[in-house]
Design a protein around this ligand. Structure first.
Ligand SMILES: *[C@@H]1O[C@H](CO)[C@@H](O)[C@H](O)[C@H]1NC(C)=O
Ligand SMILES: *[C@@H]1O[C@H](CO)[C@@H](O)[C@H](O)[C@H]1NC(C)=O
Ligand SMILES: *[C@@H]1O[C@H](CO)[C@@H](O)[C@H](O)[C@H]1NC(C)=O
Length: 391
């Protein structure tokens, strides 16, 4: 009896360390030499930690403690043997000034990774000196680097991350699939140029949930080749709203398909729900979009389709967009417009908008009746729609 019990206890004692090893590998960037003094470049240490996590066979957490880390341009490169990497960040990651980043397009780039979770963290893009440079006419400034990019990646979660003052976009999801952004906070001043909150392009099954975005450009911009995108419980503003496009800059372009934007609030934004395409020939399209339960607070263009985008009137022969827009539903949209035309469908003469559905819309302008404006748009009206539909 006794000896069997002792035997089991001994076996347990022997295997416990292995259980914990296979379950919770956690490595700390400080142990790889990251200083966390806000001055010494911590990217060599982050890269060493990444190499360990990426080549491990066990789920691995890279922990970033509550300090301030200066992080130069860094690529977290895959593919990895590990599909369970968590980056748990309690600290602040600070980007170098733009002068030190040359023509880099990315600050933090995750390239071809699979199974990566980022939890927490505060990214400071240090964008203000670049915005000032861009604000001076004739000055030669770089385009700037996006703060956080996932490229060619799969099964990614970004939770409770805060990103401020990106030099260019804050977060880009490019050529990736199965990505969830949850509880993300994005902030840049209203007048900061091109600081889009989240840009999604050529990606499949992306979800943006429970997030707040205040910035100088689009809160979310949706590029060609985006399919199955779900945006829910997002507060946007200041900013330029949620925009599908600009699309149709190229002739051969992938379409945008199956997008849902639900329970979103826009406050003081330039646009609310926008679809925008160049007035140029293109084989691209937008189909299967649902906008629902949306609140507009003092939004300049609450509902807008603009197919005549052509900055400086250059390169838009005939000004007709080839982008075919179809099956777009606007339902339960209410609030206030900051201009008289609250709903504007300015569609292409050669590819008119088809299957637009307006249902239960209640938008006012300074307490007065607002207006709708339609060009080349066809569709149906259900329930009560104010301003009265022109479909
Ligand atoms: C990442 O997060 C997702 C969703 O919360 C979860 O299912 C998955 O197990 C997590 N992966 C790792 C490596 O922690
Ligand atoms: C993210 O924040 C929410 C709210 O503060 C919290 O409930 C949740 O557990 C956090 N998620 C993670 C993975 O830390
Ligand atoms: C319209 O789009 C919705 C949402 O993507 C989709 O469920 C529906 O099948 C589409 N309808 C048509 C007629 O294509």
């Amino acid at each position: 009896m006794m000896s069997i019990l002792t035997y089991f206890l001994l076996v347990l004692l022997l295997i416990i360390p292995f259980i914990s090893l296979t379950y919770a590998v956690e490595i700390n960037v400080v142990d790889f030499g990251a200083r966390g003094d806000g001055k010494t470049d911590a990217s060599p240490a982050f890269l060493k930690a990444w190499t360990v996590a990426c080549s491990s066979l066990e789920p691995t957490t890279i922990y970033v403690p509550r300090r301030r880390f200066l992080l130069g341009q860094i690529t977290f490169e895959g593919p990895c043997t590990n599909s369970g990497i968590t980056l748990r960040i309690d600290g602040i990651l600070v980007s170098p000034a733009y002068e030190k980043m040359g023509s880099a397009k990315y600050w933090m780039l995750f390239d071809k990774v699979e199974g990566v979770n980022i939890t927490g963290g505060f990214l400071d893009g240090q964008g203000s000196s670049l915005w000032s440079c861009k604000g001076v006419a004739g000055q030669d400034c770089p385009v700037g680097a996006t703060s956080l990019t996932f490229f060619g990646s799969k099964d990614v979660t970004i939770q409770n991350l805060t990103s401020i003052n990106a030099k260019l976009y804050h977060i880009v999801i490019l050529s990736s699939q199965n990505v969830v952004l949850q509880g993300v906070r994005i902030y840049a001043p209203e007048e900061s140029p091109n600081t889009d909150g989240v840009h999604v392009e050529k990606s499949l099954n992306v979800r943006i949930l429970n997030s707040g975005i205040k910035t100088g450009d689009d809160c979310v911009s949706i590029g060609p080749g985006t399919k199955d995108l779900w945006i829910q419980r997002v507060a946007c503003g200041p900013g330029h709203g949620i925009s599908i496009g600009s699309l149709g800059k190229e002739v051969n372009e992938e379409g945008v398909e199956n997008v849902v934007v639900k329970s979103v609030v826009f406050t003081g934004t330039q646009n609310g729900l926008r679809i925008k395409s160049w007035g140029r020939p293109s084989k691209g399209y937008v189909k299967g979009v649902v906008f629902k339960q949306v609140v507009m607070n003092n939004v300049q263009n609450p509902i807008l389709i603009d197919q005549n985008y052509c900055p400086n009137n250059e390169g838009c022969p005939g000004q007709h967009s080839g982008i075919q827009i179809s099956n777009v539903t606007y339902t339960a949209i209410k609030g206030t417009s900051a201009t008289k035309v609250a709903i504007k469908f300015d569609c292409s003469q050669t590819s008119p908008c088809e299957g637009i559905k307006e249902q239960n819309i209640q938008l006012s302008y300074l307490g007065e009746l607002a207006e709708s404006s339609c060009q080349n748009a066809r569709g149906v009206v259900l329930g009560s729609v104010f301003p009265p539909s022109c479909l």
